[in-house]
Structures are given as structure tokens and as C-alpha cells.
Ligand binder design. Sequence first.
Ligand code: 7TS
Length: 419
Amino acid sequence: MVPVLDAVELEEIRDDFPVLHQQVHGKPLVYLDNAATSQKPRAVIEALNDYYQRYNANVHRGIHALAERATREYERARERIARFINAESIRSVIFTRGTTEAINLVAYSWGRANLKKGDEILTTWMEHHSNIVPWYQLCAETGAVIKRIELNPDGTLATPVISPRTKLVAITHCSNVLGTINPIRQVADAAHKAGAIVLVDGAQSIPHMAIDVQALGADFFAFSGHKMCGPTASGILYGKERLLDAMPPFLGGGEMIREVNGTGFTTNDLPYKFEAGTPNIAEAIGLGVAVEYLDRIGMDKIRQHEKELTQYATDRLRELVEIQIYGPLDAEKRGGLVAFTFGDIHPHDLATIADQHGVAIRAGHHCAMPLHKHLNLGATARASFALYNTRQEVDALIRALKEAKKVFGACPTARQMGY
Ligand code: 7TS
């Protein structure tokens, strides 16, 4: 099969990412920790520099030239992002610091206004803590309860059981451990039929595939800029206007008000109602540039490349005796990441040996402790891909794992040592 990105195209993409061209412990860097954060292309780094060097000013306040330019670029980023996700309107696109803040916004604002004792929040076992803890906090305050959609043995989602008490379905689009891509449209249709709304955690999907929030049927869609080639502390909450309009503000302060008098305030229009205080201006502009960069390459191409790479990685990993991969084995059903354990070698030891070979992977519970407990696992190792990764890099990971086996194979196993 001819790869979707040939060697020349891939090399051109890699050239856009300055950080990739370095040695770590005397070996070429192989960065396979993209689910934690992706690297940034030069265009994004330059956009940050450009803002600070040429037009640093606050937005939506000044009428001087710099302030007007900053406001124009900030709002242009919002427009680009709105188009990128096919948002209802630019009013439905709110800048946040990332997925965590976006989900907390919904939990505090929509949640406290709409949930009461006995209401149910339906979620899954494969959520990141940022799509669990805000709901636990909300339940503790309101008396609402959490229910979960079960997992199939292959790591895919079982059919959701939505009760008349379900008010919200909070679900990840793509698991950061199992890699599973969830059937959001089906879940949303079932939820809407039962009168519930759907919040989608898109942190691990939007960097890797084309997203159309309306086609998905998402009422809210949260994501982080830093996992999709954008700056840290950039992110978006997309919400249906109808819902956002009815919600009280999350944070109070400048920008989110229309008028303040001696006794109270009235709120600003969307999206500003939810953007209190000076926002992360440079980061928002940088996210707009990241989106433009991804768009230029094409999200369908990126998805295809990562699918090929994930299938290659899964197949190569499975050549290793004692490897256990979590989640669906078919790359069609998973995003660009593979979590695994390798015999009795502790995942932290695997990550340490890999690092010595220049290969960056993550080990631990990946902020998904309930999932690991549900699967009876302490920790997993995880390789996660981005548009710039190559098959040669997967080969480097496999070599590092074989080395780990040599080092730890002869030692008492982790289990024998009691951890
Ligand atoms: N949701 C999912 C599915 C995630 O994978 C993450 C971060 C978040 C939410 C939180 O994103 P933040 O930008 O607000 O922090 N996941 C990971 C990870 O898998 N390894 O490091 C961070």
C-alpha cells in the first residue's frame, strides 16, 4: 500500500518542527508522547513572537493601532477555529485555557443551573480525570449521580443505557489510553431522544481527524490547543448558542459584563460572557495559526497517515512475545496511540530505557485512574503519534523495548518484587 504521505512530504513536515531535530542521550529524538502535548511548527512559534514583538496590546479595549491589530488577530483566530470545527457561529466558540477549563466551565455554569438531586450524568470508564472530577464535584453539590456506559472486552464502548433521569452524557471522543474512537453521533442521537445533552471531550480527537461538531451532534465540544500543534494554555469550548445563551457566566470580571452599577451587573453577549479578564491573547492567535497549519496539510491526510502508523506500530508491537495492547487492535477504530504492557517490566522502567534510546513515551495511569482500576492495571506505557512521526521511529521504539527486555528479562520481575 502506498503511504498517504511519502518520504519527501513527511520530511517537509518534520522540517517545520524545530524541536524534532536534536539528539537525546546521544540518539536522535523520537517523540512519541504527543497525547501529552504535541510539538509546535515554526509558524506557531513565530506567531507568538510576532505578537509580542510587533503588536502586544490588550483586546476589545483600546482604540489605538496596536490594540486594534491585537483584537483583529484574536477574532480572526476565533473565526478560523469556528470554520475548522464547523461551529454553529463564532458566538459559540469560547476561548479557554484548554479542555480542563472548558469542561469545568460547563460543570459550574450549566451544571449548577440545571442539575438537581437524583439527576444522572452518564459517562464512560475511559475518561480522563478532567472529564470525571468536575462531575464528581458537581454531584457532591447537587445530589446528582454518575452512571457509566460499560466497556466491551475489546475496549470499545457498549451500547449506552440512557434513562429518563439522564440529563448529561459526558463522553470522550477518543480515549487517551485505549485509543478507542467512540460513536459520538449514535450516542448523541440516543441522548437527545431521551432529552439529555452531550458534552464531548475532543482533546484526543481533534489533533488527529476532521471534526464537524454539528455532524457529531455535540452540544458541547471541548479541546486543548497544545495537543494540536498550538500553544499551551489555549483551548476551546464550543457550545450550542441556545445553551450558552441560557447559562450564567462562569467567572466574573472585566469583559464578561455589559454594564456594572452600584448594586449589580448585566452580562455581555456571547462569546465574551464566558471570557472574563484578559485572555491568553498570544496563545489564542497561535491556536488560529496551528489550525491553519493543520488545515493546509489536510485533516483527512493526517488521519490516514496516523492510521497507517498506528496499524504498523500495533503489528510490530505484537511481534514481541509478552506484549499486551489495550483497546481495539484495528487502527480504524482507534486514534493514533497505543498503550501497552510488556511482560512484567514496569511501564516506568520501559519509559526510562526508551528515553535512554532517545525515545519519549509516557508511562503511568495517564490521568485515567478509574480506567486502569477497571482493567485491573497499575500502569501502562503509551506511544502516541502525530502527523510528523515515521515508521523508522516506530522501529526505534521496538528496538528500545527489546533492549528493555534484555535488561529486565534476567532480573526478578516487577511482580516478584511486589510492585
Ligand atoms: N481529555 C483527554 C481525553 C485528555 O487526554 C487530556 C490530557 C485532557 C482531557 C486534559 O487536557 P488539558 O490540556 O486540559 O490538560 N491528556 C494527557 C495525556 O494523556 N497525557 O498527558 C495529558
